[in-house]
Design a protein around this ligand. Sequence first.
Ligand code: 9MJ
Length: 683
Amino acid sequence: MTEQQASQRVSELHRLLTTYNHEYYVMDQPSVPDVEYDRLMRELILLEAEFPQLKQADSPSQRVGGEALKAFTQVTHQIPMLSLDNVFSPQEWQAFAKRIEERAKSANTIAFCAEPKLDGLAVSLRYENGYLVQAATRGDGAVGENITENIKTIKAIPLKLSGEIYPSVLEVRGEVFMPKASFEKLNEAAIKKGEKTFANPRNAAAGSLRQLDSKITAKRNLSFYAYGLGFVSEQVQGQVEQNWLATSHYQRLQQVKLLGLPVCPEVKLLDDADQVEGFYQHILQTREALDYEIDGTVFKVDDIRLQEKLGFVARAPRWATAYKFPAQEELTTLDDVEFQVGRTGAITPVARLSPVFVGGVTVSNATLHNQDEIERLGIKIKDTVVIRRAGDVIPQIVSVVLDKRPDNARTIEFPTRCPVCQSDVLRLEGEAVLRCTGGLYCGAQRKEAIKHFSSRKALDIDGLGDKLVEQLVDEKLIQTPADLFSLTELDISTMERMGQKSAQNLVQAIEKARHTTLAKFIYALGIREVGETTAANLAQHFLTFDAIKDADEDALQDVPDVGKIVAKNIVQFFAQAHNVEVVEALEGIMTWPDIIVKTEAQQPLKDLTYVITGTLSQMGRSDAKAYLQSLGAKVSGSISAKTDYLVAGEKAGSKLTKAQSLGVKVLTEEDLIALLTEHEVSL
Ligand code: 9MJ
C-alpha cells in the first residue's frame, strides 16, 4: 500500500469509527455490531504502526490506551469544580426552593433543570479548537489529577467535537461511570480468576480511572454523561451569530449534545419547583431499570443569569441541590452466623446483623450464600460490614471494614453435622454448597422426601397431594415415608377437607403402593441426582436391593449413567444410620418382584435409541419409556443423528421437525403399540 492510499484509508477509518462511536454512545442507535467496530479499529492500529506519520491528534486508536505513566500530574481548574449540597425530604426541598425564590426577588416562576444524580466520578474535559486536550478529576475542586490518557480510552467521549461551531476553549463537566452490566461482567471475571472484586460500580469506575496504565482503563468499558460546563472562551470558532452559548442550562446541555457529548436521556426541564417531587419519585421508581447507578436527583436553576445572581457558598452553588435517595448502603455489625437447612438439604449460612435502616427498610438478616462467599469476603463474626439493599433485591453483605475489626472477632465455623438432624454434611466436588445427607430423615427435608416418595413417577400414591403431606407432617402423624403405611382412615379424616370417602381411597392407594418395582423403589428414595433412568439402570445392573446398598463407589460406576458424583451420593445415602433406619422399615413393608435377567433374545431392541414426544392417548410417556426399556432399548430425551426412532404422539413440536430434518424414522402411537404387542409386552 502506498502512503497516499494509506492516508486515504486512515481518514476513512477515522470517519467510520467516529460515526459508529457517536451512534452508539450519543444517539443510542448503533448501526453496526461491535465486531465490525473492533475490526476497523484493528485495521487503523496496524496502518498507524506502518505509517506513524499518519497518526492524528484525534485518532480513534487512542481508545486502546498508550504507554503507562509514572504518576499523574496536577491540573489547576480554571474555574473551580463545585460539589452539591443535599436535601433528603420534600420539606427540605421546599425550604431550598423558598430560599431561592426569596433571593431571586422576582415574581416569575423559576424553571429547574432536573437530572438523575449519577454515582460515578466528576471529571472536567477541556477541548481546544475542537480537540480534547486535557481531562482532569475533580480533586479538591481547585486542583485535580491529569487523567487525559485514561479519558481518551472512553468511547463515549469524543476526541474531537462534532460540527463546525464551538468555542475555541470549552470545558465540559460530567460524570464518568461504569454501566451496571459492565460492572457485573468485570466482577464475574474477577471471581473466576480468584481476584478481588469491586464493591460497587462507583468503586470500579474510580479504580479504573486511577490506573497509570491506560491500556487497563481501555478494557474497563467506562461511560460518561455531561451535566455542565466549566471555562468557556468568548471566542467561538465558525461563529455565525453572536452569543452562541445559550442562557438556559437545559439548552446548554442540548448544545453539548450536538457537539457529540452524551447527555443523560432522563434530563428534563421543569416549569417550576412544584414539579420536582414528581420527577424525584419517577426516577426513584425507574431506578432499577437504568443501566447506571444513581443515588438521587439533581435540580438546577435553569436560567444562567439567575444562577450567576445566586452565586455559591463555600464549595457548592446556591442555585442547585442534590435531592438524594435513602442510602442503599450502610454499616452494621455481624453479630452471629446461623445455618439454615433448605428443602433440598442445602445448608446456607445466614448473617444475624445488628438491625440497620438501609434502602428504606430495617435489615437484621442477610444470606452469606456459601463457604466460597465467606472466604471471598474474608468475614468474621463481630466484624463491621457494609450492607446493601437495592430495590426489592434481598440484602447483601458487600464488604468488610477491616479497620474496625475487634480483637475478639471469631472465624465462622461450618457445621460438620446437620443442625436439624445431625446427619453428616457433605460438599460435593463442583458444588459451592454444603448439603445435609439426612435425606429421608432430616426434618428440614422430610416433607419434600415424602412428597417425592409418593409422586407420580415414584410410588404414584393417588390422593396424597403436597398440602396433605404438609399437614400430616405438621400434625406429627408421619415423619418418614415408612410412616405412610401405618396411617389409618381415622388419622386421615381428621385432616382439613378430608371426608371419609377420600380417606378410605387414600388408605387403599397407599396399600396398593406397597407393591412396586425395584427401579421405582430406588427412585422413590430420593437419593440426590438419582433420577428415573439411573434408578432403572441400577436395578437392571444389580438386580437386588441388597446388592445396591452394598456396592462401593467403583462398583456403582460400572452402571450406565453413574459417574463419580452420583456414586458418591449413593454411598453417602446408605452410610447414614438415619436413612438405613427408614430404608429397613420400608423393606419390611414393601415388596417388588425379582428382576428376571433377560437373555439377548428377550432384548430385541438392544442397541436402538428411541425418543418419545407429544401426548400419547393409551399410556403415559414414562410408561412408554419403561416398556421400550424392558425390551432393551435406550430412551433418550433429545433427538440427534444417533436417534433410531422418534415416537410422536399428538401435538408433537420441535422434536418432530428436528427428527424429520435429520431423517430419523418416526413412529405413531399405533406403530408403538404394534411393536410392543409383537414383542408380547402386556400393556
Ligand atoms: C451528577 N453527579 O449526576 C452535578 N451531577 O452539578 C449532576 N452532578 C453537578 N450535576 C454541579 N447531574 C456540580 C455537580
